[in-house]
Ligand binder design. Structure first.
Ligand code: RIB
Length: 290
């Protein structure tokens, strides 16, 4: 099977800061690095490094050739990544010494995908393939609806969180991933707890406490603990978790095992500076000692 990812592609400009800047504050960074990023690209790379076949559906501008080349060099299928006349998305990311971050996002070409491109890409998908989206591109609801019609397993990683964006895709979802605060916000917006929203699988990530799976059919829950690491950069850890969970499920692992593997991958990721380029390979994830 394969994973189809309607996903953002960004240039991540990562600034090492003594602390996250406050409103009105001018603060010098001690370093600047550029990485391939975007929640979508991060998930695609994570899923490939976890061993799955991934086809990315996205768009870059005239300045984004390097990003497509890099995705391809990492093994991501780029046949459905187009170049359009809108600048490539980018993110300005401030990271403080304990790994906490602050992100300014310029969506650029990520929000300018065409219906035609989406339809053409998904016409190549096979029933039971996985379709994943995040909230950084255009056409999320259209993709979710089309994915459901085609019999794909439709997954939404609700980041950056927006309750309206989640509600637009909710009727078509098989799988929803969000964090604890977002789960509470969604419950407030729709008046139902995550286990009662009609989605078969819901994962709530719990930060340092791990992650919880809720089976929407039976209401049962299972939790995996987080692993003890010293974080230097939390950027992209959630995307790594999502990419690894989906790849593990795609390869037939049970949910608990998929979450445990993803949790190890995310733990390793927070010990590294950077985004897509530094996502760990499966062999590193399996061999890591925590
Ligand atoms: O989740 C981290 C990602 O968020 C970064 O790679 C950045 O591009 C933004 O999309």
């Amino acid at each position: 099977m394969a994973i189809w990812n309607l996903g953002s592609i960004n240039a991540d400009m990562v600034y090492a800061m003594p602390h996250l800047p406050a409103a009105g504050e001018t603060l010098a960074a001690s370093s600047l690095d550029r990485f391939l990023g975007g929640k979508g690209a991060n998930m695609s790379v994570a899923a490939v490094r976890a061993g799955s076949e991934v086809h990315h559906i996205g768009a870059v501008g005239p300045d984004g050739h390097w990003a497509v080349e890099r995705l391809q060099s990492y093994g991501v299928g780029i046949e459905h990544v187009t170049q359009i006349n809108t600048p490539t998305g980018h993110a300005i990311i401030a990271v403080e010494p304990d790994g906490e971050n602050q992100i300014i996002l310029f969506p650029g070409s990520n929000r300018a995908l065409s219906q035609e491109q989406l339809k053409q890409a998904l016409s190549k998908a096979k029933p039971d393939d996985i379709l994943v989206m995040q909230n950084e591109t255009s056409l999320q609801a259209e993709a979710a609806q089309l994915g459901r019609q085609l019999g794909l397993r439709v997954c939404y990683a609700a980041a950056p969180f927006d309750a309206d964006a989640v509600q637009a895709v909710l009727p078509f979802l098989d799988f929803l991933i969000l964090n604890e605060v977002e789960a509470a916000q969604l419950e407030q917006a729709i008046g139902k707890p995550p286990g009662a929203i009609g989605v078969r699988d819901v994962i709530i990530t719990l930060g340092a406490k791990g992650a919880r799976h809720i089976d929407g059919d039976t209401g049962t829950t299972q939790e995996v603990p987080a692993l003890p690491v010293t974080a230097v950069d939390t950027t992209g850890a959630g995307d790594t978790f999502t990419g690894y969970v989906l790849a593990s499920l795609d390869q037939g692992l049970a949910m608990e095992k998929a979450m445990a593997t993803a949790s190890r991958a995310a733990a390793l990721m927070v010990t590294r500076h950077g985004t897509a380029d530094v996502i760990p390979e499966l062999t590193e994830v399996q061999g890591a000692r925590f």
